[in-house]
Design a binder for this molecule. Sequence first.
Ligand SMILES: [Zn+2]
Ligand SMILES: [Zn+2]
Length: 509
Amino acid sequence: MLELLGWVRARYISPLATVIERAHPPRVVGEEGPVDGVARAEERSPEHPAQPGVTTWLRPLPGGEATACVGTIETCVAAGNRAILLVPEAEPLPATARAVLEAFGDRAVSFLGGDARARYRTWLDIRMGAYDVVVATRPGVFAPVRALGLIWISREVHPGHREDRAPYYHVREVAMARARLEGAACVLASLSPSVETAAAIEQGTIGVSRPARSSERAAAPLVETTPPEGEDRSPRLATLLKRARSAALVVSRRGYGVARVCRTCSEPAKCARCGGPIVAERGAAACRVCAAPGACANCGGGSFGIERGGAERVAQWAGHIATIPVRLDAGDGCAPPGAGSVLVGTAAAVKDVGAVHLDLVAILDPDRALARPGVHAAEQSLATWMEAAAWTGPRLTGGRVLVQTRKAGHPAIQALVRWEPLPYLSGEGARRSEAGFPPGHPVYRIAGRGDLAGALRAAGAHTVLSTSAESGTLCLVAVPPDRLDGFRREVLKLVAEGDVERVEAEPQL
Ligand SMILES: [Zn+2]
Ligand SMILES: [Zn+2]
């Protein structure tokens, strides 16, 4: 475990104390019994030698991850080893997590949420070897499991797998490192993988496990495209919605609409506090960035001309069209999609709900989703669309997916239609390489002073983008993996000399 924590410290250029703090639940002394202080020696039994640490991208059939996961863990446990399942979110309990907890009964433990005392108690029990299977969110990648045979990462692309506090680790990378160090297998499960994983598949460093192409084709949903009209609707959507007995509509924007113009002074609408966009949601206008009540940056007015569009507006419209009830998932514990209702929500509403069969899944504004800023926006969109599309079941069962796009030929849309993500993701990887940030190159945002860009280039950075901020210089760098050791040593020197103030690994770009 110390070796793993050392790897995290080096990879994310973070103090070991910070890594250790993030990797352990806070200690609750009252939970410790006489034997808990010292872990019992427990070695992997010699008849089950460690496997070389291999990582595999596993593509389940639509709705099939839970079954695949239970089966793989069964094999692992039957060989005398233990397993960790990592899910990106705890609430509501993902279908894969539920299936594993049910299949393994009291040999499995849920390390999802809970108060400090319960978490620490569970952590001690895991360390004592009380469980064969641990189901957890991202801190579980450090769970003190001995004789580890398998780490399964569910929905590999989900943003919940990235720690947003120092050391800013990504579960996928830590799990792969742990699998190498402990001779376990690492499985990255997703219908559409990350660009990093796709690049590693191309390079042969990550293996692939997916059904035969013919089975995948037979199980793939039926996807059609149509151009959108105003407010993210289309005649085709109205027709399909009218006859649907179950449906889900995925929109990229929350709320009822976006404030375009101030009604008092006619200036373009901008937040008075931060200049961010103002959106109408639940009957009120508020800043999307800082959440301040909507007030015009120019005159302070609070009345705006609204361009309608967003999940709330779509739900209102769908209520007039559909013959079944419409539910808006506003992130407040809405029931999963199912028979007899239309679910409307953003990507946040697309969760691991297991196998469901809806008549209709509509992706209302994929062009807007693809145009969002952010390095990971497109790969996350594609993964979300595939997860939602899988809710219609195989193409022969009558459900269908409607994609409202003006760019039906866009490689991401074609990936969804053809149910094959790898060529698109490989193209994305090539684009990132051209931009100076090849997949697999560690990226850091470094704040400091002086000739920071020059110093970081000299330290071995492959790409350095530099901007001057009020307090100094901010650099975005990519570092070739084989130069990382030297780069880290130089950065630590710069920290000691006071020229570097802050290092953030894998920033959200
Ligand atoms: Zn604001
Ligand atoms: Zn105004």
